[in-house]
Design a protein around this ligand. Structure first.
Ligand code: OGA
Ligand code: MN
Length: 286
């Protein structure tokens, strides 16, 4: 197996391409190497895997218990096509949440337990656009100036999918799926200590709003400033998908977003999401 770093800065290595391994037939020894590389690089790209659903699910379960996003399934389609192949209606909640994915976020932060890991497998991709990008929030934290670090040390933000979707013009009915029926809006510190590596990371993203102790506009300005600062080179890389690729990322220390493409073209991905550990990924009780 070969693990080639995508990016290296003074303080961090971020993203790696892993070759010489078959995720459909992964040994325990190979997994140990992958897991260690994952904690170091936070995002691992595996090309040409064509991973089967069962192997995809099993890979997630090596990390931890999975989030149940769809009834009776351990994986979820991130797809602009329905099961019958027809296009998802552009006015549907589903479509608007796909479009919402184009904003920087980390998965399930609006749920009581934010996600630990996500593993995305490409099945059908458009010829142009539709990349995914990641940003390293460990490196972003390390690059903050001291006054900003002090300013945010004790701050927290609420996380809501209603908030983030309303910012992109989508106001879904309560009681819809996708965690939109959730009544508890979790409060999460702006700095997250990674439970395994103990590295601090900025914990922000499009779902975050309403920092207690700040006015609405101060809160929005601070979160926007942090996001713009954090999500820029050398802390960002994008992956242009080829069918068969698999990417596994650590939601506790990176942000990600989908890039736009022509939605008339099919883009079909399979996603397995690993639930957070309640000891470290639960919101603060308020
Ligand atoms: C996700 C996600 C981005 C993409 O699956 O959680 O945000 O590029 N995907 O599809
Ligand atoms: Mn996502």
């Amino acid at each position: 197996m070969r693990i080639e770093p995508i990016q290296k800065t003074d303080t961090t290595v971020f993203g790696a391409i892993v070759t010489g391994v078959d995720l459909n037939h992964l040994s325990d020894e190979e997994w140990e190497v992958i897991e260690a590389a994952w904690y170091e690089h936070a995002v691992l790209v595996f090309t040409g895997q064509h991973i089967e659903e069962a192997a995809h699910v099993a890979l997630g379960e090596r990390i931890g218990e999975l989030e149940q996003l769809v009834a009776d399934r351990k994986s979820v389609p991130i797809s602009n096509r329905k099961v019958d192949g027809s296009a998802v209606d552009a006015e549907s909640d589903h479509f608007k949440i796909l479009k919402g994915n184009e904003g920087w976020h980390t998965d399930s932060t609006y749920m009581p337990l934010s996600a630990r890991a996500s593993i995305l497998a490409a099945q059908v991709v458009p010829e142009e656009g539709g990349q995914t990008e990641w940003a390293d929030m460990r490196a972003a934290y390390d690059a903050l100036d001291n006054p900003t670090r002090e300013q945010i040390a004790a701050l927290a933000a609420y996380h809501s999918l209603f908030y983030s979707q309303s910012k992109v013009g989508h106001n879904p009915a309560k009681g819809a799926s996708y965690g939109l029926n959730d009544q508890d809006v979790p409060l999460r510190p702006l700095v997250k200590l990674h439970p395994v590596t103990q590295r601090p990371a900025l914990f922000i993203g499009r779902h975050a709003y309403g920092i207690p102790g700040l006015s609405e506009s101060e809160s929005e300005a601070l979160l926007e400033r942090l996001m713009v600062f954090a999500c820029q080179p050398p802390r960002v890389f994008g992956h242009t998908w080829t069918p068969g690729d698999v990417v596994m990322w650590d939601n506790r220390c990176v942000l990600h977003r989908a890039r736009p493409y022509n939605y008339d073209k099919p883009r079909i991905m399979r996603h397995v999401r690993v639930a957070g550990d309640p000891r470290t990924e639960a919101g603060i009780r308020v």
